[in-house]
Design a protein around this ligand. Structure first.
Ligand SMILES: [Fe+2]
Length: 163
């Protein structure tokens, strides 16, 4: 008798993820009450834990102690979503050389299309936790710096260095 493999996130037919579907996935994972136990609450550096991964989708838990942030970055060819579990994250984006700010508190999230550039920071006291979902999985990201003429790419990294 041939055994049917269990359905997983990597099963055929689950390789197309819209941003809205990714946000639903992020919310589903973020509802796991065990997630805070996966990170050290006394850590002073931002950390990430891979919760699930396949070529089609990648799911990370990120912890953001107060004052931590990442660099401006894109997500290569991936679309994505993130959901704040606890604390507050400040997302910066840039539109027509004007920076836009979006504050996301626990229970809030957002999704984004390809070519989304942003900067995330925990600007409040206490550690923030968030779940981030990318499809397909991140391979490379590009970092950017703010210059007088706008955001300029400065380096392409392996995806683990930026989120
Ligand atoms: Fe990101």
């Amino acid at each position: 008798m041939e055994l049917t493999p269990a359905l997983t996130l990597a099963s055929p037919g689950t390789d197309q993820f819209s941003p809205a579907r990714l946000l639903r996935t992020a919310r589903l994972f973020a509802s796991d009450p065990a997630l805070p136990s996966l990170v050290d609450p006394d850590d002073e550096e931002a950390r990430w834990v891979e919760l699930d991964s396949s070529p089609e989708i990648q799911i990370w838990l990120l912890s953001w102690p107060a004052g931590t942030h990442n660099d401006w970055h894109d997500h290569g060819e991936s679309v994505g979503a993130f959901q704040v579990i606890s604390g507050t994250l400040l997302e910066q984006t840039s539109r027509n050389h004007r920076r836009e700010f979006r504050t996301l508190i626990a229970g809030e999230g957002r999704s984004f299309e390809q070519n989304h550039l942003h900067h995330l920071a925990n600007v409040r006291a206490g550690t923030a936790l968030s779940v981030h979902v990318y499809a397909p999985r991140l391979t490379t990201t590009t970092r950017y710096e703010i210059t007088p003429t706008g955001l300029q790419s400065v380096a392409a990294d392996k995806a683990e260095l930026d989120w």
